[in-house]
Design a protein around this ligand. Sequence first.
Ligand code: KG4
Length: 354
Amino acid sequence: MKILAIETSCDETAAAVTEGRRILSNAVFSQINIHKKYGGVYPTLAKRAHVEKIEPIVEKALKDAGLKIDQVNAIAVTFGPGLVIALEIGLNKAKGLALKFQKPLIPVDHIEGHIYSVFSQNRNGLPKRDFNFPFLALIVSGGTTSLIIVEDHLKYQVLGKTLDDAAGEALDKAAKMMGLGYPGGPIIEELSKRGSADFLSLPIPMKQRKDFNFSYSGLKTAFKRELEKLPPARINKNLANLAASFQKTVFDSIIDRLESALEETGVKTLAVGGGVIANADLRKKIRTVGRKRGVSVYFPFQKKLFNDNAAMVGVAAYFKYQNGVYLTGNFDKLDRVGRPELGMWSKRELVVSS
Ligand code: KG4
Protein backbone atom coordinates (compact mmCIF):
# COMPACT_ATOMS: atom_id res chain seq x y z
CA MET A 1 0.00 0.00 0.00
CA LYS A 2 1.50 3.31 -1.12
CA ILE A 3 0.78 6.50 0.79
CA LEU A 4 1.38 10.11 -0.23
CA ALA A 5 2.01 12.00 3.02
CA ILE A 6 1.99 15.75 3.62
CA GLU A 7 3.44 17.69 6.58
CA THR A 8 3.24 21.47 7.12
CA SER A 9 3.02 21.81 10.91
CA CYS A 10 5.76 24.42 11.33
CA ASP A 11 8.54 25.66 9.06
CA GLU A 12 9.11 22.69 6.75
CA THR A 13 6.95 22.07 3.71
CA ALA A 14 7.22 18.32 3.25
CA ALA A 15 5.75 15.50 1.18
CA ALA A 16 6.77 11.85 0.91
CA VAL A 17 5.70 8.56 -0.57
CA THR A 18 5.91 5.50 1.67
CA GLU A 19 4.99 1.85 1.31
CA GLY A 20 4.41 0.22 4.69
CA ARG A 21 7.50 1.21 6.66
CA ARG A 22 9.57 1.81 3.51
CA ILE A 23 10.38 5.32 2.33
CA LEU A 24 10.13 5.68 -1.45
CA SER A 25 10.70 9.45 -1.45
CA ASN A 26 11.02 12.19 1.17
CA ALA A 27 10.92 15.78 -0.14
CA VAL A 28 11.44 18.66 2.30
CA PHE A 29 11.60 22.41 1.73
CA SER A 30 13.08 24.00 4.86
CA GLN A 31 12.07 27.61 5.50
CA ILE A 32 15.05 28.29 7.80
CA ASN A 33 16.46 30.99 5.52
CA ILE A 34 13.12 32.81 5.54
CA HIS A 35 12.88 32.87 9.35
CA LYS A 36 16.56 33.35 10.20
CA LYS A 37 16.49 37.12 10.34
CA TYR A 38 13.58 37.06 12.82
CA GLY A 39 15.36 34.65 15.20
CA GLY A 40 12.33 32.32 15.17
CA VAL A 41 9.41 31.15 13.05
CA TYR A 42 7.35 34.06 11.70
CA PRO A 43 3.87 32.53 11.29
CA THR A 44 2.50 34.54 8.36
CA LEU A 45 5.71 34.04 6.37
CA ALA A 46 5.56 30.32 7.18
CA LYS A 47 2.04 30.19 5.79
CA ARG A 48 3.02 32.05 2.63
CA ALA A 49 5.97 29.74 2.01
CA HIS A 50 3.78 26.65 2.51
CA VAL A 51 1.28 28.02 -0.01
CA GLU A 52 4.07 28.57 -2.54
CA LYS A 53 5.91 25.29 -1.98
CA ILE A 54 3.21 22.71 -1.32
CA GLU A 55 2.45 21.94 -4.97
CA PRO A 56 6.11 21.62 -6.14
CA ILE A 57 7.02 19.55 -3.05
CA VAL A 58 4.12 17.11 -3.61
CA GLU A 59 5.17 16.82 -7.27
CA LYS A 60 8.78 16.21 -6.25
CA ALA A 61 7.78 13.48 -3.79
CA LEU A 62 5.77 11.69 -6.49
CA LYS A 63 8.50 12.14 -9.12
CA ASP A 64 11.25 10.88 -6.78
CA ALA A 65 9.13 7.81 -6.04
CA GLY A 66 8.52 7.31 -9.79
CA LEU A 67 4.76 7.39 -9.33
CA LYS A 68 1.72 9.28 -10.55
CA ILE A 69 -0.85 10.41 -8.00
CA ASP A 70 -3.40 7.82 -9.19
CA GLN A 71 -0.89 5.08 -8.31
CA VAL A 72 -0.94 5.89 -4.59
CA ASN A 73 -3.57 4.21 -2.44
CA ALA A 74 -4.14 6.86 0.23
CA ILE A 75 -3.27 10.39 1.32
CA ALA A 76 -1.95 11.12 4.82
CA VAL A 77 -1.61 14.48 6.52
CA THR A 78 -0.48 16.02 9.81
CA PHE A 79 -3.51 17.62 11.55
CA GLY A 80 -1.58 18.89 14.62
CA PRO A 81 0.12 19.91 16.83
CA GLY A 82 1.67 22.97 15.25
CA LEU A 83 0.90 26.42 13.89
CA VAL A 84 -2.72 26.33 12.81
CA ILE A 85 -2.21 28.63 9.82
CA ALA A 86 0.58 26.34 8.64
CA LEU A 87 -1.25 23.05 9.32
CA GLU A 88 -4.21 24.36 7.34
CA ILE A 89 -2.21 24.53 4.10
CA GLY A 90 -1.20 20.87 4.22
CA LEU A 91 -4.63 19.77 5.35
CA ASN A 92 -6.41 21.62 2.55
CA LYS A 93 -4.01 20.21 -0.01
CA ALA A 94 -4.48 16.65 1.31
CA LYS A 95 -8.26 16.96 1.44
CA GLY A 96 -8.31 18.35 -2.10
CA LEU A 97 -6.20 15.49 -3.48
CA ALA A 98 -8.16 12.83 -1.58
CA LEU A 99 -11.42 14.23 -2.90
CA LYS A 100 -10.27 14.67 -6.49
CA PHE A 101 -8.63 11.25 -6.78
CA GLN A 102 -11.09 9.42 -4.51
CA LYS A 103 -8.52 8.23 -1.98
CA PRO A 104 -8.90 7.57 1.74
CA LEU A 105 -7.50 10.34 3.96
CA ILE A 106 -5.43 9.39 7.03
CA PRO A 107 -5.02 12.00 9.82
CA VAL A 108 -1.68 11.82 11.68
CA ASP A 109 -0.48 13.54 14.85
CA HIS A 110 2.96 15.11 14.35
CA ILE A 111 4.28 13.49 17.57
CA GLU A 112 2.99 10.15 16.37
CA GLY A 113 5.03 10.79 13.21
CA HIS A 114 8.19 11.34 15.27
CA ILE A 115 7.52 8.05 17.13
CA TYR A 116 7.13 6.10 13.88
CA SER A 117 10.16 7.85 12.32
CA VAL A 118 12.23 5.44 14.45
CA PHE A 119 10.71 2.45 12.64
CA SER A 120 11.02 3.86 9.11
CA GLN A 121 12.98 1.81 6.61
CA ASN A 122 14.82 2.41 3.36
CA ARG A 123 13.59 1.03 0.02
CA ASN A 124 15.11 -2.37 0.85
CA GLY A 125 13.22 -2.73 4.11
CA LEU A 126 16.18 -1.94 6.36
CA PRO A 127 16.69 -1.64 9.26
CA LYS A 128 14.32 -4.51 10.14
CA ARG A 129 13.84 -3.46 13.79
CA ASP A 130 10.83 -4.94 15.65
CA PHE A 131 8.41 -2.80 17.62
CA ASN A 132 8.75 -4.79 20.89
CA PHE A 133 5.66 -3.35 22.61
CA PRO A 134 5.44 -1.80 25.11
CA PHE A 135 8.30 0.58 24.47
CA LEU A 136 9.19 4.04 25.69
CA ALA A 137 9.35 6.90 23.19
CA LEU A 138 11.36 10.03 23.93
CA ILE A 139 10.62 12.85 21.50
CA VAL A 140 12.84 15.93 21.74
CA SER A 141 12.13 18.65 19.22
CA GLY A 142 11.52 22.36 18.82
CA GLY A 143 7.83 21.90 19.56
CA THR A 144 7.78 19.17 22.19
CA THR A 145 9.71 17.22 24.77
CA SER A 146 7.70 14.12 25.66
CA LEU A 147 8.00 10.68 27.22
CA ILE A 148 5.37 8.28 25.94
CA ILE A 149 4.67 4.63 26.61
CA VAL A 150 3.59 3.03 23.35
CA GLU A 151 1.54 0.01 24.42
CA ASP A 152 0.67 -1.11 20.91
CA HIS A 153 0.13 0.53 17.54
CA LEU A 154 -1.78 3.80 18.15
CA LYS A 155 -2.07 3.11 21.90
CA TYR A 156 -0.21 5.84 23.72
CA GLN A 157 0.15 6.73 27.35
CA VAL A 158 1.82 10.11 27.79
CA LEU A 159 4.04 9.82 30.87
CA GLY A 160 5.36 13.34 30.76
CA LYS A 161 5.67 16.36 28.54
CA THR A 162 6.92 19.89 28.63
CA LEU A 163 4.99 22.22 30.89
CA ASP A 164 6.27 25.28 29.01
CA ASP A 165 9.07 25.44 26.42
CA ALA A 166 10.36 22.39 24.57
CA ALA A 167 14.07 21.53 24.81
CA GLY A 168 14.77 22.69 21.23
CA GLU A 169 12.88 25.92 21.85
CA ALA A 170 14.97 26.51 24.99
CA LEU A 171 18.18 26.03 23.00
CA ASP A 172 16.89 28.37 20.29
CA LYS A 173 15.99 31.04 22.86
CA ALA A 174 19.32 30.76 24.69
CA ALA A 175 21.11 31.21 21.37
CA LYS A 176 19.01 34.28 20.68
CA MET A 177 19.90 35.74 24.10
CA MET A 178 23.57 35.35 23.21
CA GLY A 179 23.01 37.06 19.86
CA LEU A 180 23.67 33.86 17.89
CA GLY A 181 21.67 32.77 14.82
CA TYR A 182 18.59 30.61 14.26
CA PRO A 183 17.96 27.76 14.77
CA GLY A 184 20.07 27.87 17.91
CA GLY A 185 20.37 24.11 18.59
CA PRO A 186 23.04 23.33 15.96
CA ILE A 187 24.96 26.57 16.73
CA ILE A 188 25.02 25.74 20.44
CA GLU A 189 26.18 22.22 19.63
CA GLU A 190 29.11 23.52 17.57
CA LEU A 191 30.13 26.10 20.17
CA SER A 192 29.80 23.61 23.03
CA LYS A 193 32.49 21.41 21.52
CA ARG A 194 35.04 24.13 22.36
CA GLY A 195 33.58 25.21 25.69
CA SER A 196 33.57 24.17 29.33
CA ALA A 197 30.20 23.23 30.81
CA ASP A 198 31.57 24.14 34.27
CA PHE A 199 31.63 27.85 33.38
CA LEU A 200 28.12 28.42 34.78
CA SER A 201 26.30 26.39 37.36
CA LEU A 202 22.64 26.36 36.32
CA PRO A 203 19.74 24.59 38.10
CA ILE A 204 18.75 21.29 36.46
CA PRO A 205 15.01 21.67 35.78
CA MET A 206 12.62 19.30 37.59
CA LYS A 207 15.46 17.20 39.02
CA GLN A 208 14.24 14.43 41.33
CA ARG A 209 10.60 15.30 40.74
CA LYS A 210 8.26 12.34 41.02
CA ASP A 211 6.48 13.01 37.71
CA PHE A 212 8.06 12.81 34.25
CA ASN A 213 7.34 16.31 33.00
CA PHE A 214 9.85 18.76 31.58
CA SER A 215 10.16 22.50 32.10
CA TYR A 216 12.65 24.99 30.71
CA SER A 217 11.28 28.44 31.50
CA GLY A 218 13.02 28.59 34.91
CA LEU A 219 16.32 27.59 33.35
CA LYS A 220 15.86 30.21 30.64
CA THR A 221 15.29 32.91 33.25
CA ALA A 222 18.30 31.75 35.30
CA PHE A 223 20.45 31.89 32.16
CA LYS A 224 19.18 35.35 31.29
CA ARG A 225 20.10 36.57 34.79
CA GLU A 226 23.60 35.13 34.48
CA LEU A 227 24.04 36.90 31.13
CA GLU A 228 22.87 40.17 32.65
CA LYS A 229 25.58 39.88 35.29
CA LEU A 230 28.33 39.61 32.70
CA PRO A 231 29.81 42.57 30.77
CA PRO A 232 29.27 42.18 26.98
CA ALA A 233 32.98 41.63 26.34
CA ARG A 234 33.02 38.68 28.76
CA ILE A 235 29.94 37.21 27.08
CA ASN A 236 31.61 37.43 23.69
CA LYS A 237 34.78 35.87 25.02
CA ASN A 238 32.89 33.05 26.68
CA LEU A 239 30.24 32.14 24.09
CA ALA A 240 31.51 28.56 23.87
CA ASN A 241 31.54 28.18 27.68
CA LEU A 242 28.05 29.67 27.99
CA ALA A 243 26.71 27.43 25.21
CA ALA A 244 28.29 24.34 26.78
CA SER A 245 26.88 25.18 30.23
CA PHE A 246 23.36 25.73 28.91
CA GLN A 247 23.38 22.69 26.64
CA LYS A 248 24.66 20.41 29.43
CA THR A 249 21.89 21.55 31.78
CA VAL A 250 19.17 20.97 29.18
CA PHE A 251 20.53 17.51 28.38
CA ASP A 252 21.06 16.61 32.06
CA SER A 253 17.38 17.33 32.66
CA ILE A 254 16.37 15.11 29.71
CA ILE A 255 18.57 12.29 30.98
CA ASP A 256 17.27 12.70 34.55
CA ARG A 257 13.62 12.43 33.38
CA LEU A 258 14.46 9.56 31.04
CA GLU A 259 16.18 7.55 33.74
CA SER A 260 13.23 8.00 36.12
CA ALA A 261 10.82 6.86 33.40
CA LEU A 262 12.91 3.77 32.58
CA GLU A 263 13.21 2.96 36.28
CA GLU A 264 9.49 3.33 36.90
CA THR A 265 8.24 1.47 33.82
CA GLY A 266 10.93 -1.20 33.48
CA VAL A 267 10.56 -1.21 29.66
CA LYS A 268 13.53 -2.53 27.74
CA THR A 269 13.15 -0.69 24.42
CA LEU A 270 13.56 3.02 23.89
CA ALA A 271 12.70 4.84 20.64
CA VAL A 272 14.08 8.37 20.33
CA GLY A 273 13.06 10.98 17.75
CA GLY A 274 12.84 14.73 17.06
CA GLY A 275 15.11 17.48 15.75
CA VAL A 276 17.24 17.88 18.89
CA ILE A 277 18.60 14.34 18.63
CA ALA A 278 20.63 15.61 15.68
CA ASN A 279 22.93 16.55 18.57
CA ALA A 280 25.67 13.90 18.83
CA ASP A 281 26.31 14.62 22.51
CA LEU A 282 22.66 14.00 23.40
CA ARG A 283 22.59 10.76 21.39
CA LYS A 284 25.73 9.62 23.20
CA LYS A 285 24.24 10.39 26.62
CA ILE A 286 21.06 8.48 25.73
CA ARG A 287 23.06 5.49 24.46
CA THR A 288 25.01 5.46 27.71
CA VAL A 289 21.76 5.30 29.70
CA GLY A 290 20.61 2.42 27.50
CA ARG A 291 23.83 0.47 28.02
CA LYS A 292 23.76 1.04 31.76
CA ARG A 293 20.20 -0.22 32.06
CA GLY A 294 20.21 -2.98 29.45
CA VAL A 295 17.72 -1.06 27.32
CA SER A 296 17.84 -1.26 23.48
CA VAL A 297 17.97 2.27 22.10
CA TYR A 298 16.75 3.07 18.59
CA PHE A 299 17.12 6.32 16.65
CA PRO A 300 15.74 6.87 13.12
CA PHE A 301 18.08 5.25 10.63
CA GLN A 302 18.76 8.53 8.81
CA LYS A 303 19.48 12.08 10.03
CA LYS A 304 16.88 13.52 7.68
CA LEU A 305 14.26 11.69 9.74
CA PHE A 306 15.21 13.52 12.97
CA ASN A 307 13.86 16.82 11.68
CA ASP A 308 10.31 17.43 10.50
CA ASN A 309 9.55 15.42 7.38
CA ALA A 310 6.58 13.71 5.77
CA ALA A 311 8.01 10.17 5.51
CA MET A 312 7.42 9.70 9.25
CA VAL A 313 3.81 10.80 8.71
CA GLY A 314 3.41 8.23 5.93
CA VAL A 315 4.82 5.41 8.07
CA ALA A 316 2.53 6.26 11.00
CA ALA A 317 -0.38 6.54 8.55
CA TYR A 318 0.19 2.99 7.33
CA PHE A 319 -0.49 1.62 10.83
CA LYS A 320 -3.51 3.89 11.19
CA TYR A 321 -4.94 2.58 7.94
CA GLN A 322 -4.28 -1.01 9.06
CA ASN A 323 -6.29 -0.21 12.19
CA GLY A 324 -9.18 1.32 10.30
CA VAL A 325 -8.37 4.94 11.14
CA TYR A 326 -9.06 6.82 7.92
CA LEU A 327 -11.78 8.91 6.34
CA THR A 328 -13.45 8.34 3.01
CA GLY A 329 -15.51 10.89 1.13
CA ASN A 330 -16.61 13.12 4.00
CA PHE A 331 -13.63 15.08 5.27
CA ASP A 332 -15.50 17.93 6.99
CA LYS A 333 -14.99 16.41 10.44
CA LEU A 334 -11.23 16.62 10.11
CA ASP A 335 -9.77 19.99 11.02
CA ARG A 336 -6.37 21.23 12.11
CA VAL A 337 -5.76 21.20 15.88
CA GLY A 338 -3.03 23.39 17.38
CA ARG A 339 -2.60 21.30 20.54
CA PRO A 340 -4.30 17.92 20.28
CA GLU A 341 -4.08 15.24 22.96
CA LEU A 342 -1.90 12.42 21.65
CA GLY A 343 -4.34 9.69 20.61
CA MET A 344 -6.86 11.97 18.88
CA TRP A 345 -7.84 10.38 15.54
CA SER A 346 -6.43 7.06 16.67
CA LYS A 347 -9.59 5.07 17.23
CA ARG A 348 -11.58 3.30 14.56
CA GLU A 349 -14.94 4.27 16.04
CA LEU A 350 -14.19 7.98 15.62
CA VAL A 351 -13.86 7.67 11.88
CA VAL A 352 -16.88 8.42 9.75
CA SER A 353 -17.20 7.07 6.27
CA SER A 354 -19.52 8.61 3.74
O1 KG4 B 1 11.88 18.20 15.01
P1 KG4 B 1 12.16 19.58 14.54
O2 KG4 B 1 12.68 19.77 13.14
O3 KG4 B 1 10.90 20.49 14.65
C1 KG4 B 1 9.85 20.29 15.53
O4 KG4 B 1 9.05 19.33 15.38
O5 KG4 B 1 9.81 21.11 16.46
O6 KG4 B 1 13.18 20.21 15.61
C2 KG4 B 1 13.74 21.48 15.46
C3 KG4 B 1 14.54 21.76 16.71
C4 KG4 B 1 15.04 23.21 16.81
O7 KG4 B 1 14.74 23.70 18.08
C5 KG4 B 1 16.54 23.08 16.61
O8 KG4 B 1 17.29 24.08 17.28
C6 KG4 B 1 16.82 21.72 17.17
O9 KG4 B 1 15.71 20.93 16.76
N1 KG4 B 1 18.06 21.15 16.66
C7 KG4 B 1 19.14 20.87 17.43
C8 KG4 B 1 20.15 20.40 16.56
N2 KG4 B 1 19.66 20.41 15.29
C9 KG4 B 1 18.38 20.87 15.37
N3 KG4 B 1 19.31 20.95 18.75
C10 KG4 B 1 20.50 20.60 19.24
N4 KG4 B 1 21.54 20.18 18.47
C11 KG4 B 1 21.40 20.05 17.14
N5 KG4 B 1 22.41 19.62 16.40
